[in-house]
Every structure is written in structure tokens, then in C-alpha cells.
Write a protein that binds this ligand. Structure first.
Ligand SMILES: [Cu+2]
Length: 368
């Protein structure tokens, strides 16, 4: 009995001593967190690190299969040399001045890198998510030869006007693995649209990467500008119907590591499409500036002069702005969770007079 009492007392003394020791160890860190300037130890440790590292990304990407910098200014496969481009895109003028635009699309299963070293088993159009940007002028004819090389039934459902049989949405319109379908319709109305797979379950087919931007230019076209395509997307890398990665154009924080170069004073036009699955709303906010918003791009006059737009899934807006100051300006979702999981980038506004600067091409110059 005596012995047992001594043991219990020894254990109690040890526990009390250990808790006093641990609480003394804890104190300095807690004190640091209470600093009046609100600076935490963690933030202090990160001082002096490069901007992108501070933003939360470690390491770099391979851009051999998808380069977000190239994607920004690519439509109708205009990044490819003429011989290679012919395999995917052909345009034929008609007597009425419109064009027949033919596209060769396919769907595949493909592993894509969505953050440095983070790979996702995507379903993609033409090897990339977002799929290739389709661009036409109001009244043109669009013809898409679609082959499903993937493992699930897929479709291409275009927003815009078209006959019922070209909708790619009902089960009898699903294109089974190994099968083909040709979509044909007029490009209308002028505006910024999108396409996506409409096979079921719809959320799975969209979340896996089957979507892209579809731009219909008004007849007479918009003013020449430095044009950028941004598809706001997300990836549920552990398949729990919540996103782990958010981005503009797939790769988390890509434009933080590789800021988008624009010239001071030039007209910048952003075609922003939101396709984020599992979250009801997304947004795009630009720092140090305001822009004209043309919602859905269908009307000639802007509907807002603002620095933030909100977009539900499938919504899109054309934004126009000029930067009148040089330097780095951030753009990001104003849902801070999305921002911190990759949907954040920067513009690098450079002086137009700098020698050796590459001229940015307007839409018309690229088309011709
Ligand atoms: Cu699909």
C-alpha cells in the first residue's frame, strides 16, 4: 500500500512539472502572435521570399502539354504552324462574305498537371483542359468533326443558337467511345460563350475538364486590343465533390510565377468564362484598376464600370481596361479560399517605349 501511494505521488509530480515546462516553452510563440502589427512568426519567416512562393506554390510546371501563356492568346489553333494547323482547323470563304470554319475535335482520358507535381486524371478535348478556343464571326458556319477517343460517352454542347439536333445534351446524342458525330450550326449571337460536355453525370464530365471558350465576334469586330482568354476552372483531386485546386486556365498560381505582360496604355480585353464545379459562385477582381464589363459580350455598350465581377457556372463576361501605371498588378477570385488554392495571378505592366518589346497582335491581325 505504502509503495503504491509513493508511486502515485511521483506520477502526479511528474505530470505537474511537465505541464509547467511545456507552458513555459509555449509562451514566447503566443507572445509573438500578439504583436501589435499583427505579424505572426510564420509571416516573419517568409519575409524576403519571392512573390509567388509567398502566394503558396512550390516548384514549377512542365508546360510541354499545356502552356497557359500560349493558351491566353490562342484560338482556332493559331499557335500551330500552317501544316500542323490544317489537321485541326480549316476555313473556307462563302460568296456572302461569311466563312465555313471546320474543326477536328476529339475527347481523351489524360493525366494533367494542375499544380507543380499534382496530377489529375482528366477527360479532355484535344489533349488539353480547357479545350481549344473556338472563334468565329457572327453568321459564320461552324462544323465540328468530333471523335470520342475517351473511355466514357461524351458530347460537345455549345452555348449559342442552334437546331435541337445539334445540342449534344440528350442521352440519344451521347457519342460513345470510338464513335463520331459532326456538329454544324451558325455562329450566333455575337458574344462570349462556351462549350462543354453534356453527358451524365453532368458534374463529373464538366469537373473532369471537358469545356472551352467559344467567342463569336460581332460583324465589323471589336476595337483592336491585346486579347486574353481566361477560363476560370477547378479540380477535385480527391473526388470528394469539393475542389482542391482553383485557377485561371488550369494551372494553380501559374500567372503569379509567369505574370501576363501587357503594355502601359494599350487596350486589354479579357474573355472570362467561369466553369467552376461544386461552388455556386466565382469572381474576378483586378487590382489598381477598373474595367468596363460587357456581360456575355452580347451588347455594344458596357453594363458596368467596376473592379470585380461575379460569375455563376457557365456565366461569362468580356472585360476591357487599360493600365496607366507600370508594375505588377494582381488579379484573383475574391473568394479568398479560391485565391489561396491557386486562382491568383498578376499582370506585369511594362512601359510601351521599352526597346525590343514584342508587338501584341490584335484579333484581326492574328486572323489574317
Ligand atoms: Cu463527357
Amino acid at each position: 500500500m505504502q509503495r503504491n501511494h509513493a508511486l502515485v505521488i511521483a506520477v502526479i509530480i511528474f505530470i505537474v512539472a511537465a505541464s509547467i515546462y511545456l507552458s513555459l516553452q509555449q509562451q514566447p510563440a503566443d507572445k509573438a502572435n500578439d504583436q501589435p502589427d499583427g505579424q505572426h512568426n510564420g509571416a516573419k519567416a517568409r519575409e524576403g521570399m519571392p512573390m509567388a512562393a509567398h502566394a503558396g506554390v512550390v516548384g514549377n510546371y512542365s508546360t510541354s502539354d499545356f502552356d497557359p501563356s500560349v493558351y491566353l492568346t490562342t484560338w482556332n489553333f493559331n499557335d500551330l504552324p500552317p501544316k500542323e494547323r490544317e489537321k485541326y482547323y480549316k476555313e473556307t470563304p462563302l460568296p456572302d462574305g461569311t466563312l465555313i470554319r471546320e474543326y477536328w475535335f476529339s475527347a481523351q482520358d489524360k493525366k494533367i498537371e494542375v499544380a507543380p507535381g499534382v496530377f489529375y486524371d482528366a477527360w479532355v478535348y484535344n489533349g488539353q483542359a480547357p479545350g481549344p478556343t473556338v472563334r468565329a464571326t457572327d453568321g459564320d458556319t461552324i462544323r465540328i468533326y468530333f471523335k470520342n477517343d475517351g473511355s466514357k460517352p461524351h458530347t460537345i454542347h455549345f452555348h449559342g443558337l442552334h437546331p435541337a439536333g445539334m445540342d449534344g445534351s440528350f442521352p440519344d446524342q451521347f457519342v460513345n467511345p470510338g464513335e463520331n458525330f459532326t456538329y454544324e450550326f451558325k455562329a450566333e449571337p455575337a458574344g462570349l460563350h462556351l462549350y462543354h460536355c453534356h453527358s451524365t453525370p453532368l458534374k463529373d464530365h464538366i469537373a473532369h475538364g471537358l469545356y472551352g471558350a467559344y467567342i463569336v465576334d460581332p460583324k465589323g469586330s471589336r476595337a483592336p486590343a491585346h486579347e486574353l482568354v481566361m477560363v476560370l476552372n477547378s479540380f477535385d483531386t480527391n473526388f470528394d465533390e469539393e475542389n482542391e485546386i482553383y485557377a485561371a486556365n488550369t494551372k494553380a498560381f501559374y500567372y503569379m510565377n509567369n505574370p501576363i505582360k501587357v503594355k502601359k496604355g494599350e487596350l486589354v480585353r479579357i474573355y472570362a468564362v467561369n466553369i467552376v464545379e461544386f461552388d455556386q459562385i466565382n469572381s474576378l477582381h483586378i487590382h489598381g484598376n477598373f474595367f468596363n464589363e460587357y456581360r456575355t459580350g452580347t451588347m455594344p455598350e458596357p453594363n458596368a464600370y467596376t473592379d470585380i465581377i461575379e460569375l455563376g457556372q457557365g456565366e461569362r463576361s468580356v472585360l476591357e481596361l487599360r493600365f496607366n501605371e507600370t508594375g505588377l498588378f494582381m488579379f484573383h477570385a475574391h473568394q479568398t479560399e479560391f485565391t489561396e488554392k491557386g486562382w491568383m495571378g498578376a499582370f506585369d505592366v511594362q512601359d510601351a517605349e521599352l526597346p525590343g518589346q514584342i508587338e501584341n497582335l490584335s484579333s484581326q491581325e492574328v486572323e489574317e
